[in-house]
Design a protein around this ligand. Structure first.
Ligand code: MN
Length: 205
């Protein structure tokens, strides 16, 4: 359970680990206090260089239903869905969050992919974060701001599903073999009018 600290902010516990067949995740709902998370959300809305990427599908350029940006060490380009992103230099806010999550993640991150879901029409469909530059069993740390959105996991063979509603200020750690056996998505939720910003910290080899 979380508790209120002397500033009236909730302090995080160490989260609950959920061990799945072929993978594991740890979810910490109150990783950042509400006021701290509010402050970061405003900073990321205003200071991140957002872009709407597109990909070629059957000869047509199709816009991704979300905005993205990529930050990190300058020699760590990242390719996915047929596009390559060159990173912007770390911002102060991103470095602060990186230093908060590293002790719990037990890894040093060198990159972060940011996704901005402008409302419930924005989404990301079933995929894995298993690009080969992430290494064999990547640890991926997802920090969440703004609207609460469903995050769904589905096992490749059994089709077993898990769903987590990712809260403002929460941290989700994905680890173990998860990316090899489970896909994940953020489905559209047409009733949601507010935006969500998600940071996924990664280690690019
Ligand atoms: Mn992903």
């Amino acid at each position: 359970m979380s508790q209120l600290d002397m500033f009236g902010e909730e302090t995080p516990n160490n989260g609950d680990s959920t061990v799945l067949q072929n993978g594991e995740y740890i979810y910490i709902p109150n990783f950042l206090g509400t006021k701290t998370a509010d402050r970061y959300l405003e900073a990321f809305k205003n200071n991140i260089e957002w872009q709407q990427q597109s990909m070629n599908m059957y000869g047509k350029q199709v816009l991704f239903p979300r905005l993205t940006s990529w930050y990190g060490e300058n020699d760590k380009a990242y390719s996915f869905s047929g596009i390559t992103l060159n990173p912007h230099a770390w911002s102060e806010e991103l470095l602060q969050i990186k230093s908060l999550i590293e002790p719990i993640s037990e890894v040093e991150f060198n990159s972060v992919l940011l996704n901005r879901y402008r409302d419930g029409n924005d989404s990301i469909s079933w995929h894995t974060d298993a690009e080969k530059e992430l290494g064999r069993n990547p640890i991926i740390a997802s920090v969440n701001f703004g609207a609460e959105r469903k995050f769904q996991l589905k096992h490749n063979d059994t089709q077993e599903k898990h769903e987590i509603v990712l809260k403002h200020g929460s941290l989700l750690l994905m680890k173990g073999e998860l990316q090899h056996f489970w896909k994940h998505q953020v489905p559209k939720q047409k009733n949601i009018t507010k935006e969500r910003i998600n940071l996924t910290f990664r280690v690019i080899k």
